[in-house]
Structures are given as C-alpha cells and as structure tokens.
Design a protein around this ligand. Structure first.
Ligand SMILES: NC(=O)c1ccc[n+]([C@@H]2O[C@H](COP(=O)([O-])OP(=O)(O)OC[C@H]3O[C@@H](n4cnc5c(N)ncnc54)[C@H](O)[C@@H]3O)[C@@H](O)[C@H]2O)c1
Length: 253
C-alpha cells in the first residue's frame, strides 16, 4: 500500500474496530498513535504492536475533551514528527431510545463523543494537513448514519452528522490534497454493546425488524481493510463519501 513511515492517529484504538485498524496499519509500517479513554487497554495494544516490530504510542484521550484532542495531535508530532492520517473512530452507542424517551444528558454525551469529537479532531489536524498540502481523514460512521432503523435516535442522529461533516470536509478541502471519507460498518463483533445499559424495549424491538435482514456479523479486521484502502493512494479518487461495509445488509432497504 506504500504507506511506510506515515503517521496515523486512531481514536478508540484500544478495542474493536480501532484496535484492528491500528494493528493493520502498524503491519503496513504506519506509525500509530493509539488514542483511547482506556489507557491500560491502549497500552496493551501498543505492546502487541511493538512486539511485532511496529511503532505505536498509547495516549489517554477523552475525545469529548478539547485539551485531550489537542494533546493527541501534538503527541503524534512530538513522537513521530508529523501526522498523515487521522482516523476518528471512537464512539459510543445509545440504548435504542426513540425520540419520545431521549434524555438530554445522554443525547449531549453521545454528540460530544460521536460528533463534536470528530469535528474537533478534524479542526485541530487541518493546519498540519494544509501546510503539508496532503492528508487523509477517515471517520467511522455507521449504517445507522445512513438509515433510521439500526439504533436509537441519538446514535442515529450523531452518526448522520458524522456523514455530514465527512461530505462537507471532503468537498471543502478537495483541492488542498486532503481527502475525508467515512466507513459505515454494519453489525461488527466488538465490545460496543457491552456498554449498553437499560436497553429500551420498544426501540430495540423496532430495530429488530431490520436486523432480521443482516446476513452476518462482521469482524473488526474486515472494517480495518476498508480503513487501509481509504488511507492509501489506492483510493486517491475517493473523497467526501461513505463506504458501507455490512455484507450487503443495507442493500435490502
Ligand atoms: N460494532 C459495531 O457493530 C459498529 C457498527 C457501526 C459503527 N460502529 C462504530 O465503530 C466505532 C468503534 O466502535 P467498536 O464497535 O469498535 O466499539 P468498542 O467499544 O469495541 O471500541 C470503542 C473504543 O472507543 C473508546 N472510547 C469510547 N469513548 C471514548 C472517548 N470518549 N474518548 C476516547 N475513546 C473512547 C473505548 O474505550 C473503546 O476502546 C464507533 O464509532 C462505533 O459507533 C460500530
């Protein structure tokens, strides 16, 4: 993929999709900053990558905190000299609440992490990419960012917003050597559901109607392959768009 010596920041790199992206990138000789709220698990990923001959640096980051975001980008420059690839992957789910039962505080939490964190990381990174005249941004959206039947209202809206900033950023900086794309994974076997508490019975029952069409659950490594394609020049003509990776699930609708 000719990505040797590139530097990537990956949020949510301690688990699931982010971990798989970090390990695949490191395998391609990309130097990776592993940004996660869970520093112990991020350090375990760092150790694994280092043991396999790769270069990685774990950093404790809450993507809902601006100072942490700025520190995360500064850490890439301090540790590895620059930044070439930003992967905004950290995200949390709701508990399937429909609009009638959304709690303001939970809505805000989900938007701070899933949406505002993405904007802030892009905003903090852009001066570096603009100065270099190149750079790649990859956002982990969701099939829930394209459809209405996969989660609760807050998660669905937060991921639709990620699709929006992806398209806007891709277009705005299209002639500056910067590409911004999103991945919309379908159901993937990660730890994300473990944080779901008090699942909303009615909301969940509505999402089940669409889940019946899901061919299978994906593996994080299958999403990582899409993130590798989007990071590389193999996707040089792909910008401001969303690649769905869901085994054909949403082709049903
Ligand atoms: N698993 C799926 O089925 C699926 C489907 C579509 C989209 N996604 C998206 O994929 C992304 C990765 O999720 P995953 O499924 O790998 O989940 P995961 O829970 O396995 O991993 C998420 C990681 O993000 C970290 N994180 C959570 N909040 C954070 C914060 N505020 N700051 C920094 N790090 C934080 C967690 O500590 C964890 O390591 C998310 O954006 C999620 O919405 C997942």
């Amino acid at each position: 993929m000719k990505l040797q010596k590139k530097v990537a920041v990956i949020t949510g790199a301690a688990s699931g999709i982010g971990k798989a992206i970090a390990e695949l990138y490191a395998n391609e000789d990309i130097k990776v900053v592993l940004a996660d709220l869970d520093l112990d698990s991020a350090k375990a990923v760092e150790e694994g990558i280092t043991r396999s001959g790769g270069e990685a640096k774990a950093v404790k980051v809450n993507v809902a905190n601006l100072a942490d975001i700025e520190n995360m980008i500064a850490a890439a420059v301090k540790e590895f000299g620059t930044l070439d690839i930003l992967v905004n992957n950290a995200g949390i789910t709701d508990s399937m609440e429909p609009a009638g039962d959304i709690d303001d505080e939970k809505w805000d939490d989900i938007f701070e992490i899933n949406t505002k964190g993405v904007m802030r990381a892009i905003r903090t990174t852009l001066p570096i990419f603009l100065e270099k005249g190149k750079g790649v941004i990859i956002n982990t959206a969701s099939t829930g960012g394209l459809n209405g039947a996969h989660a609760g209202a807050a998660y669905t809206a937060s991921k639709h917003a990620v699709v929006g900033i992806t398209k806007n950023t891709g277009f705005m900086y299209a002639d500056k050597g910067i590409r911004c794309n999103a991945i919309a994974p379908g159901g993937v076997d990660t730890n994300i559901a473990s944080a779901m508490k008090n699942i909303h019975g009615f909301g969940a029952s509505r999402t089940k109607l669409s889940q019946g069409a899901m061919p299978r659950i994906g593996k994080p490594e299958e999403i990582a392959q899409v993130a590798l394609f989007l990071a590389s020049d193999a996707s040089s003509f792909v910008n401001g768009t969303v690649i769905t990776a869901d085994a054909g699930w949403t082709a049903a609708f």
